[in-house]
Design a protein around this ligand. Sequence first.
Ligand code: ADP
Ligand SMILES: O=P(O)(O)O[C@H]1O[C@H](CO)[C@@H](O[C@H]2O[C@H](CO)[C@@H](O)[C@H](O)[C@H]2O)[C@H](O)[C@H]1O
Length: 453
Amino acid sequence: MAPMSATTPTDAPDFGDRQVIDAIAAWMPTTRWYPLKGQVVDVTLERAYDLGDAAILLLRAGETLLQVPVAWRDEPGSAGIAQFGSRWLIDACHDADAVQAFIDVASGNRAVEGLSGEATSTPEAVGEIRVISGEQSNTSIIGGGEHPWIAKVFRVVSPGDNPDVVVTGALTRARCKPVPSLLAALTATWPAGDAFVSGHLLAVSSFVSGGEDGWELFRQHALATLRGEQRDVPDAAALGAAVATVHKDLADALGTAVATEADTLRFITGLEQRLAWAREQGAGVLSDLDDDLSAAAARLREIDALGQLQQIHGDLHLGQVLRSADGSWALIDFEGEPLRPLHERMVREPRQRDIVGMLRSFDYAAGSALQQNPGGDPTAAGDWVAQRRAEFLSGYADALGPVDEQDPVFSALLLDKALYEVVYELRNRPTWVSVPLEAVRAMVTHPPAPPVG
Ligand SMILES: Nc1ncnc2c1ncn2[C@@H]1O[C@H](COP(=O)(O)OP(=O)(O)O)[C@@H](O)[C@H]1O
Ligand SMILES: O=P(O)(O)O[C@H]1O[C@H](CO)[C@@H](O[C@H]2O[C@H](CO)[C@@H](O)[C@H](O)[C@H]2O)[C@H](O)[C@H]1O
């Protein structure tokens, strides 16, 4: 453990003190981002990065390394974790002074042992901050003045490159229009056995002011349709074109490769493992589909060629797109699926993985609208999904070429995504599980016809 600075207030315990760690361990499961809800794990301090009256703590919770920025303050504000004597231990993501300190280090304007920053341009001074506290796996803080930025605090930290930094950085250098620029990033180094490892803690990007959440736009439209109300339909074709542009820029910036036989085999094995993982993790809701899932697993072996591979977004859904004030679509959050190990998220993949992510999301928007409006007509919901799907695919095709929905790779990825979602929902929002579960049921009980010839 790193020694704490002499500026730690004398009437507060050290950041690394066991009672501080215990208080944080008790608080974490109450947060949305905590990934180990319901699990009993030991929480220990791996490393503390000292910024005076604030610190970034890396806590080992079971197998997972979590980032928890904290600070000592006289008042808890809305971010109190625990009181120790006259001092409050707070969640530093909600404290402008602490956030400024983190930004200073990320911008290379302040040196802290074990931390390093890289900036393409210095983010504006923090000013008043706003913390996004919705359905997020990380914590995002909005700051800055005329040129606002958003700083994403990665809650799960792993050694290696976080694609949200590396991929967004490459797209920024390539001047990719549909992706907000990366301004700065923060990296930490910590001991692991006899060596030291590094991983990203924070990414600061330009903020899309007035951006409207794609998920809400489409979900509200689905809801209006079910209620027979008129509402402007968001432009799914333009969204398809934006995704195609990003795919093209990713290919240009980070390269492509035609899949070898070994790549194809690795891909199939990966899908088989994920299917087995989902069946195990989701046994409670998937067991009545046992035979159908076994048949689906067998069909994976029908995949004979993957085609071209490249870096993709990796977790594309409507919650990852914003409609800017000028009507154009912006893609955010290149971190990949939070339940997937970091080293798997930087491997080249078929572009179809992103496409099916978006198609699944249209299904979710209609599923969520039906949940909110249980009297709604499921056929109308199905038609709504089919229309958005067709528009999206035609916009994508116009920009980058057609998508073959009969391709076994496409069907396999669609099922893979829905199974991932079943596990995601069981862990995070159990009342939503029926949305992906019904999609899995439809896919495996009405599988695509085998390829001819
Ligand atoms: N560049 C941006 N401009 C405007 N809003 C953004 C930007 N990046 C993220 N957001 C907002 O922050 C939310 C969370 O960001 P995201 O990167 O998706 O985090 P997470 O990985 O935790 O889901 C998004 O849903 C969006 O509302
Ligand atoms: O945005 P994250 O990187 O945290 O992604 C995770 O959470 C998403 C939910 O917020 C989850 O997406 C699923 O729910 C969406 C509706 O809320 C829906 O539009 C997506 O299609 C569906 O997959 C995502 O899978 C998960 O990785």
